[in-house]
Design a protein around this ligand. Structure first.
Ligand code: PMP
Length: 283
């Protein structure tokens, strides 16, 4: 594969390119014991970098790994790494932990074998035009059946098959329900709807990632005097909404322009949320 400019901090130094870090016996390779986070540098800012660094440490501990780096240390390395790119480059910042070895039968990740890397790569910001989505036949797992309290690599093949199904249906993203049939999130981001000027978003119940961009957007909208309800929402609530938008660190705040047969215009509340986020990001 051809990779965009990539820098990885591992074992005390920076390496360029897609540095190999796993062997065939590495636990993460065959048992999926990796956690990661994603933050962005764009337009000269790195919004909520500290929160993303703190979350990757919580994910590590939730997966039975050791958080071997202080969150502040990770953020400092991220700033150091971003400075290696030409000024103004949009960079994706991905800290990761994984286990090299497992305990009983090799299955339980051994905290003592935890490794860390911080991978940075050039990733342009997507256009603000948003995306289309279909309501997936695949569901988000609950905490009882998957480590949903970690942002873990092992959760993503489920999102991957939902994206494949969506693509086969002619859509760009997948909207996934939880096991009870409530809307959870897309395969890659959180969801909001607007109905009669009021904003609503699924209430975190352990089945989806309570995104940092989601929490930031809720706080910004509330501080601007808007009503934001965190509540149980069904597919019908989204299909009958005036506006639907998505939040996530990768694309930030973008409209959902279609859900199955229903088309949406990018609306004023989405535009306001996007503007509030940009103002916040630029301090
Ligand atoms: N849900 C999923 C499944 C994700 O992968 C992401 C991206 N990290 C999000 C939601 C959005 O989370 P955040 O705002 O913290 O990036």
């Amino acid at each position: 594969a051809e990779w965009s400019e990539t820098w990885t901090y591992i074992d005390g130094g920076w390496r360029s390119g897609n540095e190999p870090v796993l062997g065939p016996r590495s636990h993460a390779f065959w048992q999926g014991s990796s956690v990661f986070d994603g933050a962005r540098a764009f337009e000269g800012v790195m919004p909520d970098l500290d929160l993303h660094c703190a979350r990757v440490n919580r994910s590590a501990v939730a997966m039975g790994l050791a958080a071997t780096m202080a969150a502040g240390e990770i953020a400092e390395l991220a700033r150091e790494g971003v400075a290696k790119f030409a000024a103004g480059t949009a960079v994706y910042i991905r800290p990761m932990y994984w286990a090299e070895e497992g305990g009983f039968m090799g299955v339980d990740p051994l905290a003592a074998s935890t490794r860390f890397c911080l991978c940075l790569y050039e990733t342009p910001m997507p256009a603000p035009t948003g995306f289309t989505a279909t309501i997936s036949s695949f569901r988000r797992p609950s905490y009882e059946v998957a480590p949903t309290d970690a942002k873990a690599g092992c959760l993503y093949p489920n999102s991957g098959r939902a994206l494949r199904e969506a693509k086969a249906r002619g859509f760009e993203n997948a909207i996934m329900c939880d096991m009870l049939g409530n809307i959870a999130e897309t395969a890659t981001s959180n969801l909001f709807l607007v109905k009669d000027g009021k904003v609503a978003t699924p209430v975190p119940n352990g089945s989806f990632l309570n995104g940092i961009t989601r929490q930031r957007t809720i706080n910004l909208l509330r501080a601007a005097g808007m009503d934001v309800a965190e509540t149980q929402l069904r597919p019908r609530d989204f299909l009958e909404a005036d506006e639907v938008f998505s939040t996530g660190n990768y694309s930030k705040v973008v409209p959902v322009t279609q859900i199955d047969g229903r088309h949406f215009q990018p609306g004023p509340v989405m535009a306001k949320a996007r503007e509030l986020y940009w103002d916040f990001a630029h301090g």
